[in-house]
Structure formats: C-alpha cells, structure tokens
Ligand binder design. Structure first.
Ligand SMILES: Nc1ncnc2c1ncn2[C@@H]1O[C@H](COP(=O)(O)OP(=O)(O)O)[C@@H](O)[C@H]1O
Ligand SMILES: [Mg+2]
Length: 358
C-alpha cells in the first residue's frame, strides 16, 4: 500500500469542513486564498490521481474516493472564499446575519437532523451547526435546550468554552423549530470508539474526565443538571484537549424549587434514579460521566469492568461514579476533579500534555 496515498485518503475521509483541508477561509483577500486552494489541490492530486494506480484495485479505489472528496471540498472552499451561494445549500436570513447551510446533513441526533454551515462575520467565516427537529411533538425539548443554554451562557466564565453558544432560533416553513449553534471541531465519544476499537489509553481518558468535571462543577453550582450525559453528548477536541458537553434538551433547572424532573431514560447511561422518577441531582450526571469513561476506555458498561491496563486505583476512582445508590456515589464534580488531579500526579508525576490523535 502506498503510504502517502493512505495518509491523504485518511485525512480526506475524516475532514468535515473545507477548512480542514485548505486552511482558514474568509471572504477577505480572495486572490491569495484562491491561489492557496489551487496549490494545495495540485499538491494533493499529485498523490491521489487514480491513474497512477491502474493495476492495483485497492489503491485505485482509494485514490478515486479521495479525489471525489477533494473535489467536493474544493468546490465548497472556492464558494466560501467568493461568498457565493449554491444549489447545495440553503440560506437562513436572520436580522443580524445570513447563514449558509449545506443541504447534506452532517449528523443525526435523537431529536433532530444536524446540518453544517457558516456565516460571515466582518469578512471571517464562522462555522455553525443547525439542528432541525424531526418530530414536532419534541418541540418542548428543543425549546428547553435553548432555555438552558441561555441560562448557562448568561455569565461568561472559564467554563463557557465547554458549552455551546446559541446564535439564533428559527422556524421552517412547515413550522418545525431549529436552533443555530456554533460549530465545535471535535469528535463525540462514539466517533472516538469507532477509531479506537479497543478503547483509548487511560492517560488520554483522564484529560477528558478532568475537563468534564470542571464544566459540570460550574453547571451544578448554578442549579442545573444535564440529565442525559452519554457518548453522543460528550465531545472532545484532540488538538488542545478541549471538551464540550452538548445537547442540553433534557436539562433540568433548580429541580427542588421548580419540580422539574428527568426527561429521558437512557438505557446504558442513565442512573437508576431516572427510572425510579426521583429528583435529579448533580450525582446523576456524575454517574453518566463515569459510564462514558468506562465506555471510552473500552470497558463493559453493563458490568463496569475496565481493561486490565487501567491502573487499579484509577478504576476504583471511576467505580465511585457509577455506584447504583445515588447517596453512596460521587456527589461533587469539583471535589472529584481535585481528587483526580492528585491521583494522576501520584500515579504518573507532574501532568504534561500528551498528544491524542483522531
Ligand atoms: N456544535 C456542534 N458541533 C459539531 N458537531 C455537533 C454539534 N452539536 C451536535 N453535533 C453532532 O451531532 C450529534 C447530535 O447532536 P445532538 O445535539 O445530540 O442532537 P439531538 O438533540 O437531535 O440528539 C452529536 O452527537 C455530534 O456528533
Ligand atoms: Mg442528542
């Protein structure tokens, strides 16, 4: 197998935006950007031109696929730079700005279809996602998500980068609600497990856990519970070890005062109190976070058994999150975070940045 071809093919397959291949694109300085797109295109096609691989079916197919993806992204990149619309996108006009959204969805959630797009902010293109609800009877959940994100983002702080930004809300012509949120260029934990079939290294897991605890500490202090933490809602970004918790549709605010309860039972990731219709507490989210960590480590989420490669002390630490009884379980995200940091330093010495690749 031609290694260079395999490498470029891999990069193209995992790219989700034209920027991933052609670098930052904006509507300023059009000429030099078109020049850069052209250079990159020529450089890549030198390797992936299918004709080089006549005689080797596997390589030929790989090259053809790579070229097909590259052509789609090049067209998008050129359009973005020129600020043009196309048949492959729709436009959402709001008072502040105009969003260009690709017609082909990038993901499907439990409640909605997710589309990717961008808007131009004084010459710079900013990426967004649009969630359009599938079943109008779920409209309350989507409205709830908008409400919770607004509450969480009212006081910008250190944790804001771990939370979605709600840019706009709209209705389609058939009266379905949609939300426009900023795009997060990370991967949800299902995608991480797709790449790491046997689970990730414990040292890559700990930064994910650390970030999520720091975020949840802040969210819980404000009286909010996420209510449905699972691998599709836990996103991580390898390059700077950022994480983001998304999909606040099931969020609960000040449950003891409002009587607001759990909105969904997630078979593998919800704590038992959800089924028992008890009051949501911060520990409920910690249970789900613990399950997510067992999952990403390649453990068994039914039995909570983790691979032997995971340090026994770290295993005990995670087991404390997934205790069935809510009162015997980890309660306080910030407290658990400081314990985690102490544990990591005791096990492996001072913390240092460890590269994680997707
Ligand atoms: N802001 C975002 N940036 C990038 N990808 C996202 C973003 N929000 C959602 N996604 C992708 O879409 C999937 C479904 O999103 P989610 O908000 O859970 O939708 P639903 O409410 O329909 O369940 C996520 O698992 C993730 O892969
Ligand atoms: Mg979801």
């Amino acid at each position: 197998m031609n290694e260079e071809l395999a490498k470029i093919h891999g990069e193209l397959i995992s790219a989700r935006r034209p920027e991933d291949i052609f670098g930052q694109l904006s509507s300023g300085n059009v000429e030099s950007q078109l020049e850069r797109i052209k250079e990159i295109y020529i450089r890549l096609t030198r390797t992936i031109f299918p004709d080089h691989y006549r005689g080797n079916t596997e390589e030929f197919d790989m090259a053809s696929k790579a070229l097909e993806i590259l052509n789609v992204f090049r067209e998008k990149a050129v359009r973005r730079v020129n600020g043009e619309a196309s048949d492959a996108e729709f436009i959402i006009k709001k008072s502040q700005r105009e969003y260009h959204i690709d017609l082909a969805p990038i993901a499907e959630g439990d409640l909605s279809i997710i589309f990717g797009g961008y808007y131009s902010d004084s010459g710079n293109n900013k990426d967004v996602i649009v969630k359009i609800i599938k079943d109008p009877s779920d409209a309350d959940l989507m409205r709830n998500e908008a409400k919770i994100i607004r509450i969480l983002q009212t006081e910008p702080g250190n944790q804001s980068k771990h939370l979605p930004i709600l840019l706009d809300q709209f209705r389609t012509t058939d009266r379905k609600i949609g939300l426009i949120l900023d795009y997060f260029d990370g991967y949800d934990l299902y995608s991480v497990r797709e790449k790491y079939k046997d689970g990730i290294d414990q040292k890559d897991m700990v930064w994910m856990l650390n970030r999520s605890l720091s975020l949840l500490g802040r969210v819980h202090i404000n009286g909010t519970v996420h209510g449905n933490v699972d691998p599709s809602h836990f996103m991580v970004r390898p390059r700077d070890h950022n994480m983001r918790m998304i999909d606040w549709s099931y969020g609960i605010v000040n449950s003891s005062m409002t009587g607001d309860g759990f909105k969904v039972f997630n078979k593998d990731f919800s704590p038992p109190e959800v089924k028992e219709r008890k009051m949501p507490i911060p520990a409920s989210d910690l249970y789900s976070v613990g399950k997510c960590m067992i999952y990403v480590l390649g453990g068994d989420i039914k039995t909570n058994i983790m691979p032997n490669s995971v340090d026994k002390e770290l295993q005990r630490f995670i087991q404390f999150f997934v205790r069935e009884s809510p009162i015997q379980r980890a309660q306080d995200a910030w407290e658990m975070r400081s314990q985690l940091i102490k544990l990591i330093e005791r096990l492996w010495g001072p913390r240092k940045f460890r590269e994680f690749r997707m």
